[in-house]
Structure formats: structure tokens, C-alpha cells
Write a protein that binds this ligand. Structure first.
Ligand code: NAG
Ligand code: NAG
Ligand code: NAG
Ligand code: NAG
Length: 354
């Protein structure tokens, strides 16, 4: 399929999803998303400083983002045309070296001082912690941080920072139209062992996995379950991209508001996932499964409503997929899109860029 066909198919599906009930669109701004995305492809320019040495990243998503960016047409050798500046460094860079790096940018180039780093961005899976060093303070507080989901609470600044969609299952077979035999699927590690998990194990409607499964079994389980359970904070949420792609509506169990969902500026996560506040992770006593069933029934007892949300999931899923060679609207392009939304920074002395 040519990129153009891909694009027009996408257009069509977006058009259909917004011309029918607007309520079920997974997008925050369904009308402006496509035109703005096109504008990004045409005009977004990034200037990358030269990496100090070959870079080593701690996760595949970071590496993919980096290699995709360097090989993209977003890069410009002309800093005067750039909307944003990329500060490349390896995952394990000691804070002392990082401070020196920022100091070099400050003294060797005129760009840092214009915004004290606000039109700069960097990739760091773990995010930067607190540090009183001036260089690191400006980098952390002003520059856009791209880190891994879920983030450490202290290393993520909402509205400024971005999280990378977790790397989904690379095999990624097309969504199958299996009948949904199970109400819920708990993937191995996605929810910590607890009385809730024990209870769900005894419940025929839930599929609780206590050993990692092979890819085919995993995909089948995603396809035949209405909901996939995750625990934010303690569990492994990396499967959330797979769940969304396979139309297994994620149920995110959390004891606090979540501000670092991937593509948070683009996707209406409340249309894609169910967030269940769970003060007591043990399930609040002995009827956690009953409570969960109640919440799911109350929210999506209606089959039509469930199918709408599942459709939103599948539409959103294409944006969470990483490709070795970036494809339109995939995780790489959507991460770029979030940067594009952040390009308007105050410049103390600015040169006009288109
Ligand atoms: C870089 O991009 C070109 C075409 O734009 C593509 O053929 C090549 O495979 C890409 N290389 C990598 C490492 O992604
Ligand atoms: C940026 O400002 C600092 C003072 O905060 C100064 O030392 C440095 O030389 C300036 N950089 C440039 C390129 O002028
Ligand atoms: C796919 O799923 C929909 C909704 O559940 C159903 O109406 C349709 O008949 C299914 N199609 C096939 C080919 O199984
Ligand atoms: C939370 O769960 C634990 C273990 O089941 C229980 O002992 C405790 O009373 C619960 N706390 C609340 C506030 O429900």
C-alpha cells in the first residue's frame, strides 16, 4: 500500500468516525488533527546537535525514536529554520557529563540562551531527577523531556513532557474478529499478585495468566477478551499498546490520577480505556472481583457502547505501533506530532521561522 492510499484510507476512517457519533472518536481534536498533522509533515524542522559519541539507549523504543528521527526529513542542518533543537545523549550519561554538555551548548551556540532551553528536547527513558545544578535545572524544567511510560512521578512534568508509547508486540497480526469469550484478561505481570488476582483466578469469566505465554497464545487471548487489566504504578503496563491494537479495552487500575499516558495530547484515553480508582490494591476486601464486574457492567454493560469503545481502541492502536521504518501516523510520527504541538515557545530574541 502506498503512503497515499494509506493516508486516504485513514482519512476515510477518520471521516466516518467523526460523521457518525462524534462522541466515540478517540481523538481530542478530530477536526484539526489531520490538517495539523499534514502541516507538520510539510514544515516541522528540528536541528540536532552532534551526539558526543555513538549513543547507547536503554530501551528499544528510545533507539527507534532516535534512529527514526535522524533518518527523517524533519532534520535540518540550518538552525535558523528549526522550530526545536534536539539534545542527544546516551541513557547512562552521568549527571556531571550532562551538566557539562548543556554548558557547552550554552556557550558554543546562541540557541540555548534565547529560551533557556525551552525550544529544546531530549530523550531519557527514566527522566531526569531533581538536581540543583543550573544546567540540569534548565534542562529538566524548560526543555521537553521524552521518557518511557509509565514515568517516575518526580521526573515527569505534565503538559510539557511526553511519554513514548510502549513497544508493542512486533508481530502485530491484523485484528481478528474473534468472539469475546472472556470478560477480562490479566496478562502475566500486568497486575501484581493480590487478593483481587486470586479472586479473579477463581472466576470463569476472567483469564488470569500466571506464566508468560508465547506470542500466538498472547494474541489469541487479547482477541477473545473484552477487557485487559493493567495496574498503573506496580504492574507491567507495556502491554497496553498490544491490548489497544487488538481491541481488548484496557482497564487501568490506579490509585491516583494519571497524567503521563502516551499521546495524551491527541487521544481521548477516557474513550479508549476504563480507569478504575482502587484505593486499596488488595481489592478492598473480599469481593474485588464483584466490584470490578460491577464497574465494567455499569460502564459497558451495553453491547453497542462496548463495540464503540472497542472501535476507538482499534483506531487508536495504529498510533501506538513502532515500525523499523516509520509509517504514517505510527508511534514515531505521533511522538513528533506531540513535539510539533509544543513548538510555540517564547523566544527572548527570535528569528522568524515559518
Ligand atoms: C532511512 O531512510 C531511507 C529512505 O528515506 C530508507 O531507505 C532507509 O532504510 C532508512 N534507514 C534506516 C536505518 O531506517
Ligand atoms: C549565554 O549566557 C551565558 C550567561 O548566562 C553566557 O556566559 C554565555 O556566553 C551566553 N552564550 C552565548 C553564546 O552568548
Ligand atoms: C465481526 O464482529 C461484528 C461485531 O461483533 C459482527 O457483527 C460481525 O458479524 C463479525 N464479522 C465476522 C466476519 O465474524
Ligand atoms: C485493604 O486491604 C487489606 C488486605 O486485604 C485489609 O487488611 C485492609 O483492611 C484494607 N483497607 C481498607 C481501607 O479497605
Amino acid at each position: 500500500m502506498s503512503p497515499n492510499t494509506h493516508l486516504s484510507l485513514f482519512f476515510l476512517s477518520l471521516f466516518l468516525s467523526i460523521s457518525l457519533p462524534v462522541l466515540s472518536s478517540p481523538y481530542i481534536s478530530p477536526l484539526t488533527f489531520i490538517p495539523n498533522y499534514q502541516k507538520m509533515l510539510k514544515s516541522f524542522k528540528i536541528f540536532s546537535y552532534t551526539p558526543p559519541q555513538p549513543l547507547v539507549f536503554s530501551t528499544p523504543a528510545e533507539s527507534l525514536f532516535f534512529s527514526s528521527l535522524l533518518n527523517s526529513s524533519f532534520l535540518t542542518p540550518d538552525p535558523d529554520r528549526a522550530h526545536l533543537f534536539f539534545v542527544p545523549f546516551s541513557s547512562a550519561t552521568p549527571t556531571r557529563s550532562l551538566s557539562r554538555l548543556v554548558n557547552e551548548l550554552r556557550t558554543d551556540f546562541p540557541y540555548w540562551n534565547r529560551t533557556l532551553g525551552a525550544d529544546h528536547f531530549y530523550v531519557s527513558c527514566d527522566g531526569l531527577g531533581f538536581n540543583s545544578d543550573r544546567n540540569l535545572v534548565e534542562l529538566k524544567k524548560n526543555s521537553v523531556q521524552i521518557s518511557c511510560f509509565p514515568t517516575q512521578r518526580s521526573s515527569f512534568i505534565p503538559h510539557k513532557d511526553i511519554t513514548l508509547p510502549p513497544l508493542a508486540d512486533p508481530h502485530h497480526a491484523p485484528v481478528k474478529n474473534e468472539s469475546k469469550n472472556y470478560l477480562g484478561y490479566v496478562k502475566y505481570g500486568a497486575v501484581k499478585e493480590s487478593s483481587l488476582v486470586n479472586e479473579l483466578s477463581d472466576d470463569q469469566d476472567f483469564l488470569v495468566e500466571r506464566q508468560p505465554s508465547d506470542v500466538l497464545t498472547y494474541e489469541w487471548r487479547l482477541s477473545v477478551s473484552k477487557f485487559c487489566l493493567f495496574e498503573y504504578g506496580d504492574g507491567d503496563v507495556s502491554g497496553i499498546s498490544d491490548a489497544v491494537s487488538f481491541g481488548c479495552v484496557p482497564v487501568v487500575i490506579t490509585d491516583r490520577p494519571i497524567q503521563d499516558m502516551p499521546l495524551m495530547d491527541v487521544l481521548r484515553w477516557q474513550e479508549i480505556a476504563v480507569f478504575v480508582g482502587w484505593k486499596n490494591k488488595s481489592g478492598g476486601g473480599s469481593d474485588g472481583a464483584k466490584q470490578l464486574r460491577h464497574v465494567l457492567g455499569r460502564t459497558y454493560g451495553d453491547e453497542k457502547r462496548y463495540e464503540e469503545v472497542r472501535g476507538s481502541c482499534v483506531t487508536a492502536g495504529q498510533h501506538l505501533v513502532w515500525n523499523e521504518e516509520p509509517q504514517p501516523f505510527d508511534a514515531f510520527h505521533m511522538t513528533m506530532y506531540q513535539l510539533w504541538l509544543r513548538r510555540h515557545t517564547i523566544r527572548y530574541a527570535r528569528t522568524e521561522v515559518a
